[in-house]
Design a protein around this ligand. Sequence first.
Ligand SMILES: Nc1ncnc2c1ncn2[C@@H]1O[C@H](COP(=O)(O)OP(=O)(O)O)[C@@H](O)[C@H]1O
Ligand SMILES: [Mg+2]
Length: 244
Amino acid sequence: MKATIAVSGKGGAGKTTISAIIMRELIGRSPQAVLGVDADPNACLAMTLGVNVEGSISDLREKARSQDPSNAGIDRLTSFEYGLEQVLTEAKGFDLVTMGHPEGRSCYCAANNLLRKYLDKLALQYSFVVMDNEAGMEHLSRRTTNDIDLLCIVADPGPIGEITVKRISDLVKTLETRVNKVGVIWNRAEDVTELDGIVNLGAVPFDEQLRQVSMQGKSVFEVDKDSPAISAVREILNQNLDLE
Ligand SMILES: Nc1ncnc2c1ncn2[C@@H]1O[C@H](COP(=O)(O)OP(=O)(O)O)[C@@H](O)[C@H]1O
Ligand SMILES: [Mg+2]
């Protein structure tokens, strides 16, 4: 099987935490490593997974832009491709790529096209790709041309969470990227909130051990495998992905 899972939501909702737990749960479900894509400019996925990153895709783009434009062609491409290998962090059971800042309008387009092609090709080598997105989703279509199988909107229960859920689900309809299934993960919640026209994926309870681990700057791998939050994410994946 093959699945690309994207995680979105308001800042602080728990996107990075849930992305990391999803990755942890998917490791070992296929022979290949799981690919994590940190697409939030405020990149924290590496830390939540307990790894260091060498650099980001936007560092590479900057480098390509600052190079002498008269030196176009093979040298520039070769050093760019070498750089791409450096930004892919390989860890136990997963690989991670950090996007950094989204491209501006004045960017070096050849580099961007190459990056998108590289990322799409890279994603094809994995059974599971998990993308931790920025709070908005405006850049999702520019990030990838691959389809998304499951888009998880992470939200806290309450009026602010509910508004965010509606806003993001409207935004998803305008994306160029094809999204197969969209649903809400209610975080730090004992139960889901029913909203008109919105699919619920499930609820992840507040997990004291998870909070402590995060406060100590440790990774999600330090949390017991049957802790409330980890068990809840496992259940959500079992229900919503065809994992056989
Ligand atoms: N279910 C949960 N139980 C306890 N703490 C949580 C839970 N979900 C998230 N947190 C904590 O909330 C904080 C913000 O989560 P984070 O994943 O960084 O949010 P986001 O990526 O959406 O900005 C982190 O310290 C994280 O450990
Ligand atoms: Mg985050």
